[in-house]
Design a binder for this molecule. Structure first.
Ligand SMILES: *Cc1c(COP(=O)(O)O)cnc(C)c1O
Length: 311
């Protein structure tokens, strides 16, 4: 709805290379048919976006941190570059929610949030929000929501409003538990890297510290290639983590990517298996016990213990 309200046929929209994966088919199979062009840019480009923009660019999306690979973007620099060329900026602010990143205060024109995730918080509602500071944009969005037939029920709205009341304490708990688990996971054999914006080694960590007021309970574990044959079984052995992608609920989830996430501008950060964890509200020590038994299964069959694995 945001893209359609902001961009006209003959114009162009830019997406970060790390965009939520439903966006690429939407751009190729839907926007292109309407005569709206799309291109992708390196999420870490910052002020360098000025070199990518052209006369047709009408809207620049940011998604910070990026899907699966968690790069935190320099949103103020990107917004300044876009505005200097007359383009608007939309943020997918689902990870941070408006509680942890004030997108509109960082130069964004449209702040979009999948309320289905942390805001509703119980994995039982699908709803989204778009927030704007400009009344003319608000009127345009309101029109487009009617034209597209988008509506929400009173029951769903009441669940989202109830979720808002506990959003802060749920996110605090999920983040604290995730920090505890990440500290353990980074040191495990088979782990090449952990992507978690709160971790000093995660790309854009300094930007996260500068611009965000907190974090979330989502992290991606990049595993070494040798773990591949054992990853599915290890993840399926988890007792407290369900397998699933729609994070932000009370229960912890694990999602396995056995192919590298699709990137067309910057090369994939990692080509081994990736497991993304969403930490819920369970006791973190219980979650740690569950992860401990699952990581123990990454031993390559027939190769024995850690020393041989490293050899
Ligand atoms: C889940 C998600 C969406 C889509 O939300 P739904 O409510 O599930 O359609 C969009 N962006 C991001 C970053 C998400 O994680």
């Amino acid at each position: 709805m945001t893209t359609l309200a902001a961009v006209s046929p003959g114009e162009e929209v830019l997406f970060p290379d790390t965009t939520y994966d439903t966006v690429r088919p939407f751009a190729e199979r839907f926007l292109a048919g309407l005569g709206i062009a799309s291109r992708y840019y390196d999420p870490m480009i910052g002020a360098g976006l000025a070199e990518v923009l052209d006369e047709r660019t009408r809207l620049v999306w940011v998604e910070s941190p990026g899907s699966m690979t968690m790069e935190v973007q320099d949103v103020p620099a990107i917004a300044a570059a876009a505005h200097a060329r007359g383009a608007m900026v939309a943020a997918d602010n689902t990870w941070a929610t408006p509680l942890r990143f004030k997108a509109l205060a960082h130069g964004v024109d449209f702040s979009v949030c999948a309320l289905s995730k942390y805001v509703a918080g119980h994995s039982d509602v699908m709803m989204g929000s778009v927030s704007v500071a400009d009344v003319a944009l608000y009127r345009k969005l309101k029109d487009y929501s009617r034209f597209l037939g988008l509506g929400v029920s009173a029951d769903e709205s009441s669940l989202v409003l109830r979720g808002l009341e506990t959003l802060a304490i749920r996110m605090d708990r999920a983040e604290q538990s995730a920090r505890r688990l990440v500290d353990w996971v980074v040191a495990q054999p088979g782990v090449a890297e952990v992507r978690f914006p709160q971790l000093a080694t995660s790309p854009g960590h300094a930007l996260w510290r500068r611009d965000f007021t907190g974090g979330a309970g989502l992290f991606s574990v990049f595993l070494e290639e040798w773990t591949r044959p054992a990853v599915a079984e290890a993840v399926e052995s988890l007792q407290l983590f369900a397998i699933g992608a729609s994070w932000g609920g009370t229960r912890s989830l694990a999602a396995v990517l056995d192919r590298p996430p699709l990137r067309t501008v910057a090369p994939p950060a990692h080509t081994g298996p990736v497991v993304r964890f969403s930490i819920g509200l369970e006791d973190p020590e219980d979650l740690l016990r569950d992860l401990t038994q699952a990581f123990a299964r990454l031993t390559v069959p027939g190769q024995g213990g850690g020393a041989q694995r490293r050899a």
